[in-house]
Design a protein around this ligand. Structure first.
Ligand code: C2E
Ligand code: CA
Ligand code: CA
Length: 803
């Protein structure tokens, strides 16, 4: 299963690369914050005429031909709505030419950052053809409105002819400047049209037929124009023709516009027919009036079958309402809209299409027709879904990530507000000791362990529960419709049970356990962040108590808060001079008990909380790094005090000063400098300073520790292993590291005498230390018996309340 999970991950990654590289769609990814291109595919570079190196790092404003603010607004909207944004943009290619592209941008995560993935397609040619067609149509309508109409009359009885002023104007003559006659009229007619015109006019004369005629005329200045002529015959009661009344219409502009329209229509049709995109036109009732070859091919129709059917039949029932709603958005101000919906192919397959629908209006502004251009975007949808999946899932375990979890948690909490009673439970789970696995067995093994842990966790949950990987070794379970803590605890116990069994990795058995924090809440009392924080606090408590789980209670929150407060106060304590050092004497166990040295123990005179012992604030100081300045101050103060005492008692042997160092201090690069300057400022002999370092500090990076110890020794100070036996009791490093002494932890002395094993161990440690040339101190001596026992065993020094 692990192998399978790894394979799946690799495959999905490869598939993504392949789709990106081979896609005919132009794709580029850009950083949501900097708006700079992160990656692009070959199709996009071909479209834009740029090389790969030129594009990476380029700002999108440099090639999108829109207002910067306009683009920024779109990006913001995509990010906010966390969804795809589709629309038309103008892009400027490298050579300066502008193209129109259909783009679709989706939000993805890219190496931990938020990015947008834009899929674009060049629609310039189609757009231009459409635009030209629309212009021609408009020009024709205009020409029709502007056409001049002249009236004329011909009295058959008298042979008299009269023209209206407009007729004169059409013929290019000043109104009433000549007397109209048939001959005059024939002169106006274009020579090539005269014969045809004459025949028609003769027809009126002989047969008294009305007529409709189009012919050219030549104006006196030589300009040729086209007119439309119409005639009607009027008769007396006996049916004899009296006169012919007619109109002349200058249709030159209209003719030109018609010609232009025919051309653009032809161009449009060619573009549309050759399109691989599907093009159709349909009436407001969705009856199709035109469908191009691609459309017919796609749906497996003959052209005549396509015409007359309703477009909505192509849309699956579930998407129909959506489709019609979208279409209803179109109006004069927003005549175009991009709509994505599914269609059913003749094979019965559901596929995704993207249609750009444009409404066409009549003069009154009513929609008379829609033009629709569509294409199959199933491949892109799949890619987008994959990208979206990547954005909201952890690539290693394929579990929902932090973002998706927060989203689901927000929804779950919102649902509790509608459904009274039940609540939401969050299990915050942190693996114990995962860092050790990572450090000792390597990250590969660590990763594989996480995958297996995720698998096992899934097995503990119902399908409707959400399991997310929150960070490194933190997992979160979200349980919905939880009535009370019992329900959440059952799941917690199940997880704890199942994790008792080992994992087998590389033939090695690994047992891991979780510290689990449980928090419950409802929408009206908790925000997602609060609930997570509660669970986190409870988890920390479980970890501190070394127990499997803890359920959050508000008191924990108080504690977490007061810890935070402590941290803040600790920051100011040094400046405010609130620290003091107390000294515990260290006695040599000889014939007489003589004080040879003292141990410096820091205290905090807290203005409100009073006198505080190191146990209450040193751990916080260590976690926050404040131990460095605090420890540095103690070092200086202790050296100063030691020197002062030495000077006050010049006849005594010089007093030794023991100062404790935390692990963080030992590893801090400033340590040597701090020690040197504390010695320098106080003028204390280095041999009088003893640094106490706990055993735990020595276990990691022994190489580094060895170097540090050697450098300290080179300064002339002495080193003591503190709290020996408290946790590790390892003797292996003692002969490798240059240490001078050992302090046996007071835990050993507590049960001294009662537990014979402790007595034996202490005795053994003392003799072993001596054989390595180390002196031994017994700590925490609280009774005369303890003191006597230690002395009997040959222990060199003792400290404790008894003394
Ligand atoms: P430690 O180095 O093991 O210090 C000995 C601790 O045992 C001191 O607690 C001391 O007051 C206590 N103690 C001494 N005799 C007896 C006894 O007879 N019975 C019992 N029950 N306890 C005894 P304190 O002062 O609370 O210090 C606790 C720890 O805080 C120290 O343990 C040391 O690890 C750390 N610490 C203290 N001062 C400093 C400092 O200046 N810097 C650093 N880094 N750590 C310090
Ligand atoms: Ca100590
Ligand atoms: Ca100690």
């Amino acid at each position: 299963e692990r192998k399978k999970a790894e394979e799946a991950l690799k495959e999905s990654e490869e598939r993504y690369r392949a789709v990106m590289a081979q896609s005919v769609e132009a794709i580029y990814l850009y950083d949501a914050e900097t708006k700079r291109v992160l990656e692009s595919n070959a199709a996009f570079r071909r479209l834009m005429g740029y090389g790969e190196e030129e594009l990476v790092g380029m700002r999108i404003y440099d090639f999108i031909d829109h207002d910067d603010e306009d683009i920024a607004r779109h990006v913001r909207r995509s990010l906010k709505e966390k969804r795809r944004h589709i629309g038309e943009r103008r892009y400027r290619r490298k050579d300066g030419s502008v193209i129109i592209v259909d783009t679709s941008a989706s939000v993805i995560s890219y190496g931990g950052r938020t990015a947008l993935c834009a899929v674009s397609r060049d629609v310039t040619e189609r757009r231009e053809a459409e635009e030209a067609l629309r212009r021609s149509e408009a020009r024709l309508a205009e020409a029709q409105q502007l056409a001049h109409l002249g009236g004329w009359e011909w009295d058959i009885v008298t042979g008299e002819i009269s023209w209206s002023d407009e007729v004169y104007r059409i013929y290019g003559l000043a109104p009433q400047s000549v007397v109209p006659t048939l001959e005059r009229f024939m002169e106006v007619v274009h020579p090539d049209d005269r014969e045809r015109t004459k025949a028609v006019i003769d027809g009126v004369v002989n047969d008294h037929r009305p007529y409709d005629l189009e012919h050219r005329i030549v104006r006196p200045d030589g300009e040729v124009r086209v007119v439309h002529r119409r005639a009607e015959v009027f008769r007396d009661e006996a049916g004899r023709p009296l006169r012919v009344v007619g109109t002349v219409h200058d249709i030159t502009e209209r003719k030109e516009a018609e010609e232009r329209l025919r051309e653009t229509e032809e161009r449009y049709r060619t573009v549309v027919e050759e399109q691989t995109e599907l093009v159709c036109r349909f009436l407001p009732d969705l009856t199709i009036t035109f469908a191009n070859a691609a459309y017919c091919r796609y749906f497996g129709l003959q052209p005549e079958e396509a015409i007359g059917e309703s477009f909505i039949e192509r849309v699956p029932v579930e998407d129909r309402v959506y489709y019609e709603e979208q279409l209803a958005w179109l109006n004069k101000e927003n005549p175009t809209r991009t709509i994505e919906h599914r269609v059913v192919t003749p094979e019965g397959e559901d596929r995704w299409q993207q249609w750009t629908d444009t409404a066409i209006f009549d003069r009154e502004g009513r929609i008379v027709e829609y033009q629709s251009v569509g294409r199959d975007v199933t491949e892109r949808k799949v890619l987008e879904e994959r990208l979206e999946h990547r954005a909201f899932h952890d690539p290693l375990t394929d579990l929902p990530n932090r973002q998706l979890l927060l989203d689901r948690l927000a929804h779950a909490l919102a649902r509790t507000q509608r459904r009274k009673g039940s609540g939401v439970a969050v299990l915050f789970m942190d693996l114990d000791g995962f860092k050790v696995v990572n450090d000792s067995l390597g990250h590969d093994t660590g990763d594989r362990l996480l995958v297996e842990v995720a698998e096992r966790l899934k097995g503990c949950l119902r399908p409707e529960d959400t399991l997310a990987r929150f960070a490194g070794d933190e997992f979160i379970v979200l349980l919905e419709e939880v009535e009370g803590a019992d329900e959440a605890l059952r799941v917690t116990q199940r997880i704890t049970e199942r994790f008792r069994g080992p994992f087998i990795l590389d033939g090695r058995e690994l047992v891991v356990r979780f510290s689990i924090g449980v928090a419950l809440g409802q929408g009206h009392t908790k925000s997602p962040e609060e609930l997570l924080r509660d669970a986190d606090v409870a988890m920390y408590r479980a970890k501190a108590d070394a127990t499997d789980y803890r359920v959050f209670d508000p008191e924990m929150h108080e504690q977490a808060l007061s810890r935070l407060e402590l941290e803040n106060e600790l920051r100011g304590a040094l400046q405010k001079d609130e620290f003091t050092v107390h000294y515990q004497p260290m006695f040599r166990l000889g014939q007489q008990y003589t004080i040879e040295g003292v141990e410096a123990l820091v205290r905090w005179e807290h203005p409100q909380k009073g006198f505080m012992l190191p146990g209450e604030f040193i751990p916080v100081a260590e976690e926050t790094g404040l131990i460095i300045p605090v420890g540095g101050w103690v070092l200086k103060e202790a050296c100063r005090q030691a020197k002062q005492w030495q000077e006050r008692f010049p006849n005594e042997a010089p007093l030794d000063m023991c100062v404790n160092l935390s692990a963080a201090q030992v590893r801090h690069p400033g340590l040597l400098h701090d020690v040197r300057s504390a010695l320098g400022e106080s003028a204390l002999a280095p041999g009088s300073l003893i640094l106490e370092i706990t055993e735990g500090t020595l276990l990691k990076d022994t190489q580094v520790i060895e170097t540090i110890f050697k450098e300290l020794k080179a300064l002339g100070v002495r080193l003591t292993i503190d709290d020996f036996g408290k946790e590790y009791s390892s003797l292996s490093y003692l002969n490798r590291l240059p240490v001078d002494a050992l302090k046996i932890d007071r835990l050993f002395l507590e049960s001294f005498g009662e537990k014979p094993s402790n007595t034996i161990i202490v005795e053994a440690v003392i003799s072993l230390a001596h054989s390595l040339g180390l002196e031994v101190t017994g700590e925490g001596v609280e009774s005369a018996e303890q003191l006597e026992l230690l002395r009997g065993m040959g222990c060199d020094f003792a400290q404790g309340y008894h003394l």
